[in-house]
Design a protein around this ligand. Structure first.
Ligand code: NAP
Length: 251
């Protein structure tokens, strides 16, 4: 269930743009939240179980003079998601950017994948993103806002990934959703794109030989992702695209 964290919080300053980042309490999501706050955005940080990390991030951003709020919601639960957006509508009253950052990744060879593994990836990474887009789009049309879905490098080339098939399928589906939203809502002033990392330096399964897999011969950093997000937010004529931030991985 979405829940407001700080009853004494000051109101969102007028004309301040608001971003919601799902799974934003830690790692990539938190880094993008910090970057947006540095650029003057107000931020709502969604989390599921990282209460303490979300509260620390909100305090950190508020201490720097920004507006931030944390909302707990399981994005795979459509009631939770609807409650989270009702809270944003009520408290902040606007939304300019949705970043669907949640993406579970539990790699295993396809012969070992169970229906439960399949459902977890599709429900969290794809249905969860759809639920958020569904609730966000009416608000984004009011602000000429945009959606950035976090993908995975090479997702637009549709190659086999037998070591993480449910994950791959969820991200390919997310790309199809991104393009369909871009086509349907462009006339209503909303852009939708995908930002697709390869191996980030905090990945749980970095390859032994990075040089052999990544032409630019290093893992990506969270700053590489923030830089690409800044580009996507500024590129007003770009929609329906997946931008690989991957040093050439999976070309
Ligand atoms: N890291 C990489 O190398 C890499 C590479 C390619 C693509 N990506 C993509 O980049 C994105 C972020 O990656 P990451 O490694 O930073 O992610 P992560 O650490 O695995 O997960 C980020 C957050 O997602 C939240 N989350 C998971 N299930 C949720 C749910 N049902 N509802 C709400 N929140 C949920 C968790 O929140 P709580 O902690 O609150 O439970 C977690 O903190 C993902 O979409 C991933 O697929 C990452």
């Amino acid at each position: 269930m979405g829940r407001q964290e700080a009853p004494t919080r000051p109101a969102l300053p007028p004309h301040k743009r608001l971003a919601l980042i799902t799974g934003g309490a830690r790692r990539l999501g938190a880094h993008l939240a910090r970057m947006l706050a540095d650029d003057g955005w107000a931020v709502v940080v969604n989390y599921r179980s990282s209460d303490a990390a979300a509260a620390r991030l909100v305090d950190e951003l508020a201490a720097k003079g920004g507006y931030a709020r944390a909302i707990r919601a399981d994005v795979s639960d459509k009631v939770d998601v609807a409650t989270m957006f009702a809270s944003i509508d009520q408290v902040e009253g606007r939304l300019d950017l949705l970043i669907n950052n949640v993406g579970i990744y539990q790699p295993k060879p396809l012969p070992q994948v169970t229906p439960e593994d399949w459902d977890a990836h599709l429900q969290t990474n794809l249905s969860g993103a759809f639920y958020c887009c569904y609730s966000a789009l009416p608000m984004l049309q009011q602000t000429n806002g945009s959606i950035v879905n976090i993908g995975y490098a090479g997702v637009d080339a549709l190659r086999a990934n037998p070591h993480a098939t449910p994950y791959e399928v969820s991200k390919v589906g997310l790309l199809a959703l991104t393009k369909a939203i871009a086509a349907s809502y462009g006339p209503h002033g909303v852009r939708a794109n995908m930002l697709s990392p390869g191996h980030l330096s905090n990945s749980i399964d970095l390859p032994d030989d990075m040089d052999a897999e990544v032409p630019l011969r290093r893992a990506g950093t969270l700053d590489d992702m923030a830089q690409a997000l800044r580009y996507l937010l500024s590129a007003e004529y770009v929609t329906g695209q997946s931008l690989d931030v991957a040093g050439g991985y999976r070309l």
